[in-house]
Design a protein. Structure first.
Length: 77
């Protein structure tokens, strides 16, 4: 018994359920990288250069605690 060879030619992809998904995913990842990940990595890089004593002194500074209190206070409202 001989089987027929597979068709060699163009096969169209099934249309996606969400049109433009690749474009929106790319835009979202670029936005996430530029707005969130780069500043966050800079913050981690900068704090890694400090010793534990310096880091704790900055983390418990009055200005830092007030800024965190305002940020979390407005987030919970």
């Amino acid at each position: 018994m001989t089987t027929a060879p597979a068709q060699a030619g163009w096969r169209f992809r099934q249309p996606s359920v969400i049109p433009g998904f690749g474009l929106t995913l790319g835009f979202s990842l670029a936005y996430l990288t530029l707005i969130i990940l780069i500043p966050l990595s800079g913050l981690i890089w900068r704090s890694a250069a400090l010793g534990w004593a310096d880091f704790w002194a900055l983390a418990t500074d009055r200005r830092t605690l007030t800024a965190l209190e305002i940020s979390f206070g407005t987030a919970f409202i």
